[in-house]
Structure formats: C-alpha cells, structure tokens
Design a protein around this ligand. Structure first.
Ligand code: GLY
Length: 416
C-alpha cells in the first residue's frame, strides 16, 4: 500500500515537474519571439532611413537624431551582425539580402591596421555571414582581417596593441602601448583564422594575449583594469588606468563584461582551465557585487562616486541622476553567461543561466526596451558609451542590440 502511494506521489511529482519545465520553456519561447518581433519592427524602419552604405548606425547624437559613423569606427560590424541574427532567427531571405549588402560594405576594412577593433568589425559581420551561409568568398576576407590584426601583436609585450600611442584620460601619462580589456573580444577572429588556414600562429598569439591579459588586467578579486599600457621595448607594465571607467582602481561595467565574454571564448577555443576560472571569477564578481541593482543591469561603473575611487577627470555627481545604468553591459554579460553555463558544473550552470534570463527579462521591460518606432529604431535604451567623455550617456548603442539578440538566440539554442 505504502509502496503504491509512493509510486503515485513519484508520478505526480514527475508530471508536475514536466509541466513546470514546459511552462517555463514556453514563457522563454514567448520572450524570445516577442523580442524578435519588436526587433523586426525597429530594424525594418532602420533600413528605411539608413540607406547610405558608408554610414553605419551607431546610436543617438546629442541632438537626439540617429548617429552614424564611418567605416573606420569600431562599431561598423554590429549593424550587419544584427541583420545576420535577424536572418538566423527568421530564416527570411529579406534579412539575408540586407545582411549581405551591409557586410560587403565593410570589405576594405580587412586591411585596417589603425586599431585593434578589426575583430569586432569583421567577425560580427563576415564571421556571422560565413557561419550562416558558408559563403567561400568571405573566407579570404576574414583571413586578411586576421593578418591585419596580427600586425599589432608584439611578442615582447605578449599582447595586441589596442590603440596607438596616446595621452591617458586627464593627460597624466602617455600610453605608448595601450591594451584594453575589450581586446579579448578580437581573439575569436584569430582562433577562427587558425582553424581555417591550419596556421597556428594566429591562435598562439591569441593565447599569449589572453594569458597576458589574465596576468595584468585581472585583479586578484577578478575585477578588472580597463587599460594596461606597456613599455614596448621591454614589455613591462608601465600604467594600469581607466579610460571609460570611473577611476584607475574602479571596475568599468562593460570592461568586466568584455572580460567575462572574452575569457569564455578563450576557454571554448583552448579548453585551458585557467581561462575558465578567469571567466567564472569575473562573472561571479559581476553577479555578486553589492552595487549590482536587483534587475541585474549594472551602473556604468561598479565604483562610481565611492570613497577611495578618485577620477582623473572632472566628475559632477549631479550631472546625471540617478547614476546611469549600462544596458550594453547587461546584454554582453547575458550572452556570455549563457555560453559559460555550458562549461561549468550543474549548480553554476543554473546560477549563470538564471542570471542571464533575469538580465534578458529586465532588458525586455519598458525600462530598457524602446517602444517600436522610437529610440532611433534601436531596441535598447539606456546604455553608456563613455561617461568621462560625456558621450552617449543614457543612449541606445548598436552593440547593446547586437549582444541582446545574440543572447536571445543563445537562449533559444539552449532550449532546443
Ligand atoms: N570597445 C569600446 C567600448 O566598449 O566602448
């Protein structure tokens, strides 16, 4: 009798958990579908207004109009990347045709050696295009892009130089060989180039760059410096500073996101546990931070205005109140966490997945997602480009949309 009762209880629990899971899955499916429907409405309009293939939609200008940038800007690959993600979700040839057109507009960038951002520019456009269509014509362009990026690699510093020589923010120092944490995002292009050419030199440089970043940008508590500038002659660290963050010792939210994402990719490509540990440490720092708001969309810097954090630039705490959030950092982190969740034990996987879904839910709410027809036809509001430069504060940003769509697609794939 007792055995029978236990059996019934077991069956009831199993059924409830099955229906519970499927309700949960359906809710997520709806969330994804609804976001792609809003995306289609926004980007249809964007395609109507953004018709000049030499002007890439980036965000909003100070006067509230749509801000475009030229081909040399680091963000040019995100708009074609968005169009590829629209094609990936819908399978609609219309999106493919527009993605192809905008991707082709970037072709001459394969020779761009003026900064490190060629990975963002070419892998998000041509890389996604190659992944989805296997268009052989994209391959040599991606290989040349990797070759151009390698021109900025120094074996002495063990790093790819991000920016050319420049003054630090506030002018205190001169950075001769500045490397920013964002540069971890360019490594995927190098890993790809090695896989398709069989030439390991790209991959070796990517691994060395990741090791150097792990050593010099990541602090013992897994927070991060934005900029590390090296002595190009010896490879010694000269300065550890901020550029878009609050102060040299603070943690710029999007920088932390680039680190989580970049070290997750480095682990995917190498299976080196040190990179996994770094990705997890950086993710845990982000998620467990006492200043992370309950909707999990971070302040633009984790330490803004905090005692002990002194900026090199003039900060007026009253200029923007409440302290602006950075939706782009949440979008990047949610996408990274969904990938990271595949490489860790069950308990961590659950934590990362739940946090990513919470971020996606917040970004889908009216606080962050624009009403169709508004926001210059971007999906997300409330990102911060560079607070110290007073640029793009509480603004849409094309890369926030790109990583948001990527996160939605990753969530869909995890469900499927
Ligand atoms: N890579 C520049 C930025 O994240 O703003």
């Amino acid at each position: 009798m007792i055995k029978k009762k236990l059996y019934f209880l077991f069956v009831i629990l199993l059924t409830a958990s099955f229906f519970g899971c499927s309700v949960y899955r359906n809710t997520q499916k709806q969330l994804i579908a609804e976001n792609f429907s809003v995306a289609a409405q926004q980007y249809d309009k964007m395609l109507e207004v953004a018709t000049d293939l030499t002007k890439y939609p980036r965000g909003s200008a100070k006067d509230g109009t749509l801000r475009y940038v030229g081909i040399n800007d680091w963000t040019g690959g995100f708009w074609p990347g968005i169009l590829w993600y629209m094609f990936e979700y819908t399978g609609d040839a219309k999106w493919r045709a527009t993605a192809e057109k905008w991707t082709a507009s970037l072709e001459s960038n394969q020779f761009n050696t003026s900064h490190h951002d060629i990975g963002f520019m070419m892998y998000d456009s041509y890389g996604n295009g190659y992944r989805l269509t296997h268009n052989e014509a994209y391959k040599p362009i991606l290989i040349q892009s990797a070759k151009s990026l390698m021109k900025r690699y120094s074996p002495v510093a063990g790093s790819i130089q991000s920016w050319n020589k420049k003054k630090s923010v506030g002018g205190k120092n001169t950075w001769e060989f500045p490397v920013i944490i964002d540069n971890m995002m360019n490594l995927e292009l190098l890993f790809f180039a090695s896989k398709i050419t069989g030439d390991n030199s790209y991959r070796d440089a990517a691994i060395k760059h990741a090791e150097t970043t792990m050593k010099n940008h990541v602090r013992p508590d897994y927070s991060s410096y934005h900029v590390v500038s090296y002595d190009p002659a010896t490879g010694a660290v000269k300065y550890r500073q901020a550029a878009q963050g609050f102060s040299d010792n603070s943690t710029w939210a999007r920088g932390q996101s680039w680190g989580i994402y970049g070290f997750t990719v480095a682990y995917r490509e190498t299976k080196d546990k040190r990179f996994l540990q770094t990705a997890q440490g950086m993710a845990d720092f982000f998620l467990n931070h006492k200043k992370l708001p309950s909707d999990k969309v971070p302040l633009w810097d984790f330490n803004v205005g905090e005692a002990g954090y002194v900026p090199d630039w003039k900060f007026d705490p009253n200029q923007y109140q409440p302290i602006p959030r950075d939706a782009s950092a949440a979008a990047i982190t949610s996408s990274a966490l969904l990938e990271l969740s595949k490489y860790v034990d069950e308990a961590h996987a659950k934590t990362y997945k739940q946090a990513a879904i919470a971020m996606i839910q917040s970004l889908s709410s009216p606080a962050y997602r624009a009403e169709p027809g508004s926001n210059n036809y971007f999906m997300l509001k409330n990102s911060v480009g560079s607070f110290p430069a007073n640029a793009e504060v509480n603004s849409p940003l094309v890369y926030a949309d790109y990583y948001f769509l990527e996160a939605l697609l990753r969530l869909k794939k995890l469900q499927d």
